[in-house]
Design a protein around this ligand. Structure first.
Ligand code: NAD
Length: 436
């Protein structure tokens, strides 16, 4: 099938490339001409493992093309996927649908025959109805059916997540649309359930899933606090809980609080939707508040481990992105931590394998270094923020020997306290029993 993808970011580019890999003929559109020009030359706009190779293979096979011309991409397409950003609105945190509405208007203007408009972007319940209204107003003659098809991929493992998902959710009340969506996702028949629901239900599934995962992370973070109070070990608590199939092991890693381009904005957007409908979501409210407080608490933890003050001290931060294997810095907990430490007088040196270019646009007065050992030079403390593989196997002796004071704050619990002690580090972690 010919398919157009509107928005060639983390989701659009991966979706388009993977749909091409499944045999569809895909054209990805973006308003960012530099991005499209780069993609035509094989330059990836994002860091995502395996993506460059898959784009190159499908472009060479003639199944994947890039353009800034929506009309060209839509010609002959049976489905037009909307994968533009839905950032938090500055006024109240609800999803800003400006890009989605603009895409809908542009799609309406270029409509020719029957096609689906498939919303992949994460959008509040009822957005499908709005898109439908926008199209009907702009082009009453258009034969377009609006479908919800939320995306669940994770940055860093996006290709595997897309090609081997746990489930595919399709929301539509329209029989013709169901048939086209079934055709698009036929290659997944033996891979995962394709859940067909109403459109509003599909829109809500995405938010409910993200809010649940954010709550799970926040729950284990609170348990980590309790572990510190009672002398228990959060790592073992998480394993003991996670071995229960009803709970599951994933998303039980205590850390500095969730961040990234989805959980923070999606939890708040869900809350706003609920408030608009007069429904109270107390658990989600508390999850957001607890996570916000945790980000501030992490800075206090660093200050305390550094001896009660960071004024005039140098703090090295290893890992900046909100998780490993991505260059995405949106809502990364490292930003709040670094800015708080700077406000208290610290000098910050930082290293990240892929996120430094994006981080440099968000942070002032940070020295970005090219490897962890140069980063910690003359530092009074080092903070491990992101568990990139290369940061989980550091040469601790080499690290310690370069620092002014060997203080290790491990906000991902990668290194056992006893190991850090053996290598001469004073240390702080998350949810460890106090080591007297
Ligand atoms: P992104 O910012 O990386 O990409 C959005 C792209 O859309 C940009 O390249 C932008 O130039 C382009 N764009 C904006 N308006 C356009 C228009 N009218 N026509 C053509 N292109 C246009 O965003 P993202 O991270 O890929 O997220 C997209 C959506 O997917 C969001 O709703 C997000 O919540 C959701 N989502 C993201 C992830 C993730 O891990 N990033 C996972 C699941 C769902």
């Amino acid at each position: 099938m010919r398919i157009a993808i509107v928005g060639t970011g983390y989701v659009g580019l991966v979706t388009g490339t993977c749909l091409a890999e499944l045999g569809h003929e895909v054209t990805c559109v973006d308003t960012d001409a530099a991005k499209i020009l780069g993609l035509k030359q094989g330059v990836m706009p994002i860091y995502e493992p395996g993506l460059a190779e898959l784009v190159a293979a499908n472009a060479a096979a003639g199944r994947l093309a890039f353009t800034t011309e929506l009309g060209q991409a839509m010609a002959g397409s049976g489905a037009i996927f909307i994968a533009v950003g839905t950032p938090a609105r500055a006024s109240d945190g609800q999803a800003d649908l400006g890009f989605v509405h603009a895409a809908a208007r542009q799609i309406a203007a270029n409509a020719t025959g029957f096609a689906l408009v498939v919303t992949k972007s994460t959008v509040p319940v009822g957005t499908g109805d709005t898109i439908e209204r926008i199209i009907a107003t702009a082009r009453p003659d258009a034969d377009l059916v609006v479908v919800s098809n939320p995306e669940f991929l994770r940055e860093g493992t996006a290709i595997a997540d897309f090609l081997k998902p746990d489930r595919i959710v399709v929301g539509t009340e329209d029989a013709r649309a169901r048939a086209v969506m079934a055709e698009i996702y036929r290659p997944f028949e033996d891979i995962c359930p394709v859940l067909m629901t109403g459109r509003r239900t599909a829109e809500l599934i995405k938010y409910a899933a993200n809010a649940f995962l954010a709550t799970k992370i926040t729950f284990i973070n609170e348990m980590a606090n309790l572990c510190e109070g009672v002398g228990a070990d959060i790592g073992s608590v998480a394993i003991g809980m996670g071995l229960d199939h009803r709970i599951g092991r994933s998303f039980l890693n205590a850390g500095p609080g969730y961040g990234g381009s989805c959980f923070p904005k999606d939890t708040v957007a869900l809350l706003r939707t609920a408030q608009d409908h007069g429904v109270t979501l107390r658990l989600v409210e508390d999850t957001i508040a607890v996570n916000d407080a945790r980000k501030r608490a992490m800075a206090r933890r660093v200050v305390s481990a550094a001896g009660g003050t960071v004024a005039g001290r140098t703090i090295a931060v290893l890992g900046l992105t909100f998780k490993p294997d991505t260059d995405d810095m949106r809502e990364a907990p490292s930003v709040a931590l670094i800015e708080t430490l700077q406000r208290q007088g610290a000098t910050i040196r930082a290293y990240d394998p892929a996120g430094m270019e994006n981080a440099a646009r968000m942070l002032d007065d940070v020295a970005f270094l090219n490897d962890p050992y140069t980063c910690v030079k003359d530092a009074d403390a080092v903070v491990l923020m992101t568990e990139w593989a290369e940061l989980t196997r550091l040469d601790l002796d080499r690290l310690g020997s370069r620092m002014r004071r060997p203080v290790f704050i491990d906000l991902r619990n990668v290194y056992a306290p006893a190991l850090l002690e053996r290598h001469g580090f004073a240390h702080a972690g998350i949810g460890h029993p106090p080591t007297a």
